[in-house]
Design a binder for this molecule. Structure first.
Ligand SMILES: [Zn+2]
Length: 408
């Protein structure tokens, strides 16, 4: 069955120029034609957009499906069916915000991906990395410092697992890749949610990081790093890590190295705001909340440095805590504080698709691309907070040619 999305004001995911009166023809799951002339096809279903804004489905490259709480201890002890039930809610809600693809760099697994593929969950395309890799005492080690480990064995929680030494990194990376991981995630600097590591700490040796990159690349996949620090970003460039996530304290000098190496950054402003405003309510202990001081201003400055240096900047959100997931849509407005609206939209579509190695299939409205589409009642370039009013302002969401939402 063919569908024609008729008379839209088109942002194609790449071009600066919006084009009005555009018609997009979808056949099955693929876009067949994009035309400024009238299209007539016998038997095709016509969805008249009446001049509404039409753009590619959104991508969020830093989304944790298993993020029911910011209290990692509670999360790790949650019965699996409950955790999965929360994940389903998070995924289906994200799809209703217009996110037709999410990348889960911590926890997301083949089971959730198949549940979506089988149509059991009305979620976005799901690019998962399995459990993220952390060194002992690193950002992915959620055990409090006062806790004695009775068996002196390794930690493996809902989101991440502990590995030490290049051989162990290699083995666990291979294990995740065997289960179909889209990428391998490593923690290479300290972080906010973990109890014992300062933000400034360098984590994993270069040898360990190179092992992860080698294993990912042998499958033509790539590595995503949790990285707040400037020194961490330099180590990412040196190790060949493609996706530098959070990218909070990037100097102009380091940004130039990132651009030169063809690496990418994925800022996550929504989670910083979440912790600042609601960290305690989201289940985060005071020692973690204290760590976020100043990170908001630093992240905004990093975006500006990366923009100036010509780094291709993606978009992520990293929300934890079921009741806070609606903040996912606020990322656009926060980015708009330092970025041009058109750049924010490009980050969430074609640039994110490129980072995720999907530049040929996702993030654009062009013939041959997957029919992932979002319709907005007005122009988000004039008001990025429109995405937060998705319930009223986003009447149509299409993933692979199928309606996830249709009120037109
Ligand atoms: Zn994260």
């Amino acid at each position: 069955m063919m569908k024609i999305f008729a008379n839209g004001l088109l942002f194609d995911g790449v071009s600066d120029e919006l084009r009005d009166g555009m018609n997009v023809v979808v056949e099955g799951e693929v876009i067949r034609e994009v035309s400024d002339g009238p299209v007539k096809l016998d038997g095709a279903e016509v969805i008249d957009l009446n001049g509404r804004f039409l753009m590619p489905g959104l991508l969020d490259l830093h989304f944790h499906a298993y993020s029911a709480s910011f209290d990692m201890q509670q999360l790790d002890r949650m019965p699996k069916p409950l955790l999965v039930s929360y994940a389903i809610k998070h995924l289906e809600d994200a799809a209703q915000r217009g996110f037709t693809t999410v990348r889960d760099p911590g926890g997301g697994d083949v089971g959730l991906a198949l549940a979506i593929e089988h149509g059991l969950v009305q979620g976005p395309r799901f690019l998962y990395g399995g459990k993220a890799l952390s060194q002992t005492g690193g950002h992915g080690d959620m055990r409090p410092g006062v806790e004695e480990e009775p068996c002196n064995c390794a930690y493996s929680g809902a989101i991440c697992q502990v590995v030490d030494g290049a051989d162990q990194v290699r083995r666990v990376a291979r294990e995740e890749l065997r289960k179909g991981a889209d990428h391998i995630k490593v923690f290479i600097s300290g972080g906010v949610a973990s109890p014992t590591d300062p933000i400034w700490m360098d984590q994993f040796t270069m040898e360990e990081l190179r092992a992860a990159v080698e294993e990912a690349e042998s499958r033509r996949k790539y590595v995503v790093a949790h990285c707040h620090t400037d020194s961490g970003a330099r180590r990412c460039v040196e190790a060949g890590i493609r996706s530098i996530d959070h990218a909070t304290q990037i100097s102009l000098e380091t940004a130039r190295l990132i651009a030169e190496a063809g690496c990418y950054t994925v800022p996550t402003l929504a989670v910083i705001h979440e912790i600042l405003v609601s960290g305690a309510d989201a289940g985060m202990p005071p020692e973690s909340i204290a760590k976020v001081d100043g990170l908001r201003e630093q992240m905004l400055e990093s975006v500006q440095n990366c923009r100036q240096a010509g780094v291709k900047i993606g978009l992520g959100t990293d929300i934890f805590g079921t009741e806070f997931h609606d903040m996912q849509a606020s990322e656009f407005r926060y980015r708009g504080e330092v970025d041009q609206p058109i750049d924010v939209l490009r980050s969430a579509t074609s640039i994110n698709a490129e980072i995720a190695q999907r530049a040929d299939t996702l993030g654009r409205i062009a013939p041959g691309y997957q029919a992932d589409l979002v319709v907005l009642n007005s122009n988000p370039l004039e008001d990025l907070s429109l995405f937060e009013r998705y319930r009223e302002e986003m009447p149509v969401i299409v993933k692979g040619g199928d309606f996830l939402k249709r009120t037109l």
